[in-house]
Design a protein around this ligand. Structure first.
Ligand SMILES: Nc1nc2c(ncn2[C@@H]2O[C@H](COP(=O)(O)OP(=O)(O)OP(=O)(O)O)[C@@H](O)[C@H]2O)c(=O)[nH]1
Ligand SMILES: [Mg+2]
Length: 335
């Protein structure tokens, strides 16, 4: 959603505007000073248009905040601040208006002038004003540029998508289970808060795409171990999660005790809120302890994985949210 937001360089915009408008060719005949005037006026006008359209492009690439789904809204809020982003985009709008106002004012003066030096002087004045208008909003531009780098990392999912979230301690088999549940080759999208990104796979149910994600480094350890930004990043997942699959490693060689794993489950439930839950015991192919789980599987040997998939499918079909999101998507595709 945020991939195409351009980086803004004031110098580049100015250079482009002034160098392109310098190439202006005006087909007019008549006294030399009037030909010059036409040409200089054209420069004033074209450079205003070039600057304005560079800024407008940035505004247009931002989604309308009020129409944004909860996940993306929260993402922007964490990464750049929704209010701040609005304020910075308003600064761009202000600059566009100011540039056109300057343009009109100076063109009017030029129209009433025949003196060659004054004509050139006016054109230079316009350029100077355009430049200083852009410099006035340089702080907003810096902030938008910083935001743009971070917003690009937002994974391509939204609250409107039906999403299954897989959580559990490291090494319990989350990625293996994700691969079992999905038909698309899992992709690793960036996630602004973790170096390992977010794993996304999909499968279809009643023609609707279901997303299955796991977030290495986020839902795999207790809240107390997270810093504030990671905490917010985890909370944002709440706006994606429709179903939670929690994976427990019951094998004798597990890295975390069962108590630690149950505690993490409580922690994740508290973070994500109420939603359909499937507790999966994985790695039953090796010597294991009994775990209080809904499904027992070995993702390595494909034991119980069909049962897991069937259970998940039933759960999704029973979920009212599934039909609601389906309608949303169908509506989006129709319109
Ligand atoms: N014996 C056995 N090993 C498994 C099973 N499922 C996964 N593993 C192994 O456990 C290790 C971790 O599996 P992953 O699927 O990468 O686990 P993960 O939870 O995604 O791990 P992180 O991404 O590090 O959090 C790998 O070496 C897998 O081969 C299983 O059912 N049985
Ligand atoms: Mg993994």
């Amino acid at each position: 959603m945020f991939k195409k937001i351009p980086y803004i360089s004031i110098d580049e915009i100015i250079n482009k505007a002034f160098s392109r408008s310098a190439k202006t060719v005006v087909k007019s005949h008549g006294p030399k000073n009037l030909v010059l005037r036409d040409k200089e006026m054209e420069k004033v006008e074209r450079s205003a248009q070039i600057i304005a359209s560079s800024l407008q492009k940035v505004i247009d690439r931002y989604p309308e905040m009020s129409e944004l789904d909860d996940f993306n809204w929260n993402m922007i809020d964490i990464l750049a601040g929704v209010r701040n982003t609005r304020k910075n985009l308003d600064a761009l709008r202000w600059a566009i208006t100011s540039i056109f106002r300057t343009d009109r004012k100076i063109l009017k003066r030029m129209e009433g002038t025949r003196d060659k030096d004054s004509i050139i002087q006016y054109r230079k004045e316009a350029y100077g004003k355009y430049n200083s208008i852009l410099r006035t909003i340089s702080k907003n531009i810096d902030e938008l540029n910083e935001a743009q780098i971070r917003l690009k990392e937002i994974p391509p999912i939204s609250t409107n998508d039906y999403t299954v979230v897989i959580a559990g301690y490291p090494n319990v088999g989350k990625s293996s289970i994700l691969a079992h549940l999905t038909t698309s080759k899992p992709m690793i999208a960036s996630y602004p808060f973790t170096t390992r990104g977010i794993n996304i796979g999909t499968f279809k149910l009643k023609y609707q795409r279901i997303y299955v994600i796991d977030t290495p480094g986020l839902l795999d350890r207790p809240t107390s171990k997270r810093n504030e930004i990671e905490h917010k990043a985890t909370t944002a997942i709440k706006y994606l999660a429709s179903v939670l699959i929690f994976v427990i490693d019951g094998s004798k060689t597990r890295n975390y005790t069962l108590d630690e794993q149950y505690a993490l489950l409580e922690d994740v439930k508290a973070q994500l809120g109420d939603m359909p839950l499937i507790i999966v015991q994985n790695k039953i192919d090796v010597d294991s302890d009994d775990v209080n789980a809904d499904v027992k599987i070995s993702s390595l040997e494909s034991l119980g994985t069909q049962e897991l998939k069937a259970k998940l499918t039933r759960m999704i079909l029973d979920d009212k949210a599934f039909e609601e999101k389906r309608k949303l998507i169908i509506k989006k595709e129709d319109g």
